[in-house]
Design a protein around this ligand. Structure first.
Ligand code: XMP
Length: 518
């Protein structure tokens, strides 16, 4: 494992992703973790991330020099580069050379970091974001690059397996950033690109067997990719100790419940129990408008439904071990955005993380908890799941409940379901399914505007289209859907869904917007 020490910036997740793209497994640890504990995890290399602090600020996370004397290769990025410099006796100063955004880098010597660089020595663009700069490298290091604001922008001491850069190789704006990271991983740290999808599966199967033992397991299926892949992994691990439960909470899109039965059961032959909890969820959500409250209610009612399913399963089967485990398709970004990452803010409580009730009786099995969506898709394909499941666009567990801005009720759900079905149909018909990461369709139920339809005045609700493109849902851009397609969707929705008299397009990236409206 490559450990990414998180100094409190958004970049740590991205670094971990890039390392995994290089087929080396990586995990994030907080910078508050003592060196002894970090080393006890037996990392094969360590990457120190960027962070918002100045190394001289009071309370700034320091780096213990011990970290560099154990023979573990270390790569410092931005703040991590400066913290490394300070710990090893170099100089960091604030001489006013701060640089933010695209910056020109002069590569002074190829060294190991810039080896294989096609634009070697010639200047190139990198992404910088720093106030302080390294003014003198520690003894034993060769300085391999500089920029206008950073006299020492990259250094390395390959004999000790140490290197660092002031810029951010993990962001796409840094030219050949991935190559540079790989040079560190393969050439300086001597690692091999052997973290493959097959390995992920073997490792998870072993872990699931160890965790679950002879007990029986329930898996909540949502119809989405994540829960399907989680279920398939658990099935591979423990076979028919697994029963899948599909909770129809009434917040689904048109045709969704049927699809789970046909696609997933056909592909895996898993035993499936369907729970009709439509009234239960609607009752619990009645009159609730606050998004976090909705998410928590939905998270709680999901668990109550699983408990109910468990009681029914026990009553209907021969006596056997209890169903003490619940499988969830929780992904890494769900954990991070629910505030489960270290030092990260709670942006929203994903129903299966921050929305779980305190009195949960099940132990959780979450085989995808460390993976990103694209990794989950690859695992799904490797497990033999059909493309229709693996390439399904993400749909949140709380469903249409968080796509109605305002209180949720049956008639509002019906309006949204009809509008959503039209948008989905037209986007698919235009062949845009793979270009669009997902397209939430949102009903602004408490907003009304005046329109004219036929000869009369209308006072209806707006529908928002939110098509986004993304790599992993951590960041996203709005998708430039062709005008003709938008026109068709708008015309059809306003003609066919009487309560809607306006269709609007959301042109906000994430950040600052999130993908869902709630
Ligand atoms: P946001 O809105 O946070 O969404 O930008 C990021 C991704 O996560 C999905 N999402 C959820 N998925 N339970 C889920 O299973 C949730 O509570 C939840 N909230 C958001 C969202 O659709 C997008 O793909």
């Amino acid at each position: 494992t490559v450990l990414v020490v998180d100094y409190g910036a958004q970049y740590a997740q991205l670094i971990a992703r890039r390392v995994r793209e290089a087929k080396v497994y990586s995990e994030i640890v907080p910078s508050s973790m003592p060196v002894a504990e970090i080393l006890a995890k037996r990392p094969c290399a360590i990457i120190l991330s960027g962070g918002p602090a100045s190394v001289y600020a009071p309370g700034a996370p320091a780096t213990d020099p011990e970290l560099f004397t154990q023979g573990v290769p270390v790569f410092g990025i931005c703040y991590g580069f400066q913290a490394m410099t300070k710990a090893l006796g170099g100089d960091v100063a604030n001489t006013g050379g701060s640089e933010f955004g695209r910056t020109h880098l002069n590569v002074l010597a190829p060294g190991a970091l810039f080896a294989g660089d096609t634009e070697l020595i010639e200047s190139r663009q990198v992404w910088m974001s720093h106030g302080d700069e390294v003014t003198r490298a520690p003894d034993g290091f060769v300085v391999t690059a500089s920029s206008a604001g950073a006299p020492v922008a990259a250094f390395e001491d390959t004999a000790r397996g140490l290197a660092g850069v002031q810029f951010h190789p993990e962001v796409l704006h840094t030219e050949q950033g991935q190559q540079l990271l790989e040079n560190f991983l393969y050439d300086i740290a001597g690692l091999k690109p052997d973290w493959t999808d097959a390995n992920i599966i073997d490792e998870q199967v072993a872990l699931i067997r160890e965790q679950v033992g002879d007990n029986r397991v329930i898996c909540g299926l949502s119809g989405g990719v994540d829960s399907a892949v989680a279920a398939a992994l658990v099935q591979k691990a423990v076979g028919d100790q697994l029963t899948c439960v599909f909770v129809d909470h009434g917040l689904l899109r048109a045709g969704e419940a049927e699809q789970v039965e046909t696609d997933f059961v056909a592909a895996t032959g898993v035993s499936l129990k369907i729970v009709d909890a439509r009234l239960q969820f609607l009752d619990a959500l009645a009159g609730v408008t606050d998004p976090e409250q909705k998410r928590k209610i939905i998270g709680r009612e999901f668990i109550r439904s699983f408990e109910q399913a468990e009681r029914e399963l026990i009553a209907s089967t021969e006596s056997g071990p209890p169903f003490s485990f619940l499988v969830q398709g929780t992904l890494y970004p769900d954990v991070v955005e629910s505030g489960g990452g270290t030092g990260t803010a709670n942006i929203k409580s994903h129903h299966n993380v921050g929305g779980l009730p305190g009195d949960l009786q099940f132990s959780l099995v979450e085989p995808l908890r460390t993976l990103f969506k694209d990794e989950v898709r690859r695992v799904g394909l490797e497990l033999g799941l059909p493309e229709e499941i693996v390439w399904r666009q993400p749909f949140p567990g709380p469903g249409l409940g968080i796509r109605i801005v305002g209180a949720v009720d049956a008639s509002r759900l019906e309006i949204l379901r009809r509008a959503d079905a039209i948008a989905r149909f037209e986007l698919s018909a235009a062949g845009l399914d793979r270009d669009i990461w997902q397209c939430p369709v949102v009903l602004l139920a408490d907003v009304r505007s005046v329109g004219v339809q036929g000869d009369g005045r209308t006072y209806g609700h707006p529908i928002v289209l939110r098509p986004v493109s993304s790599e992993d849902a951590m960041t996203a851009d709005w998708t430039r859907v062709p005008y003709e397609v938008l026109e068709k969707i708008s015309t059809r929705i306003t003609n066919e869904v009487r309560e809607v008299n306006r269709v609007v397009l959301d042109v906000t990236s994430k950040p600052p917007g999130t993908i869902e409206w709630e």
